[in-house]
Design a binder for this molecule. Structure first.
Ligand code: BT5
Length: 237
């Protein structure tokens, strides 16, 4: 049985995960909180985490994880979540590269994977998941939506949490055996492909077309007659 730390409030489940790692914890421990007061997105971005959402982190100590595959693994977590949500609610979520889930035009989920690398492997990994489940729209930032708003009904939080945990765990095992088997489905569900995108490269801004996702999870963009393999976010036009 995995150990689950259940909290009513925390700064950030990813930050607490780091503290647990530093003080010594087991592979597979999970932290879930009703709210986060300092939820984090990538870089310095904030993640708004009011009551009703699913805010959790999974701690992993992989034995054989190629750091080059971290971006792909983040997409796989997004794919698994979109399928679990579909199974549990009937709602179709698209993946927005590199780490978001969209329900129609609204962002309903984000994944924040943090890791520590040692030599050419991953010493630890934190999978941070935010899902706007039973969250009131007026508590969310502009451009965000929730499952409850779309369904006009609440979903049993515990049921979807345990389904997400077991589906992510299963995908983690499958990923270590064959990391590429998820790629066709990721591409199929990715709303960024085929879109015009704007991105920064060194001190230039380029506009191109997102044409594919490669075996490392990078976005393949064609711009000005060249092909670029991107790891950082792009703006969809
Ligand atoms: C993400 O970052 O989308 C990853 C979010 C991961 C959150 C989880 S919750 C559990 C764990 N503990 C943490 O502290 N974090 C993880 P990014 O792609 O950088 O998107 C951040 C942007 O999403 C913000 O700048 C807002 O525009 C928007 N945003 C913030 N809160 C949101 C919400 N609840 N729903 C939808 N969009 C939101």
């Amino acid at each position: 049985m995995r150990k689950i730390h259940r909290l009513s409030s925390v700064g950030s489940t990813n930050d607490l995960a780091r503290t647990l790692i530093a003080s010594g914890c087991q592979n597979g421990e999970v932290i879930i909180s009703d709210i986060q007061t300092h939820g984090r997105g990538r870089d310095v971005k904030k993640w708004i985490s009011p009551p009703g959402g699913l805010w959790f982190s999974i701690i992993l100590f992989p034995t054989n994880f190629n750091p080059d595959k971290l971006a792909l693994f983040s997409l796989i977590v997004g794919l698994v979540m979109s399928k679990t949500i579909e199974n549990q609610t009937g709602l179709y979520c698209a993946i927005r590269w590199p780490n978001d889930l969209y329900l129609k035009e609204k962002k309903v989920s984000g994944v924040l994977i943090e890791s520590k690398l040692r030599l050419n492997s991953v010493e630890w990994l934190i999978i941070g998941v935010g899902l706007n489940l039973n969250v009131d729209k007026n508590l969310l930032p502009e451009g965000a939506g929730s499952i409850k708003e779309e369904l006009k009904a609440e979903i049993e939080r515990e049921k979807i949490f345990s389904a997400l945990l077991s589906d992510i765990e299963k995908a983690y095992i499958d990923f270590q055996e064959d990391s590429l088997k998820f790629l066709p489905e990721i591409r199929e569900r990715c709303l960024s492909l085929g879109r015009r995108v704007r991105f920064n490269l060194d001190d230039r801004t380029l506009i191109g077309e997102a044409v594919n996702i490669d075996e490392k999870g990078r976005l393949v963009v064609e711009a000005e007659g060249k092909t670029y393999l991107l790891l950082s976010d792009v703006e969809l036009l």
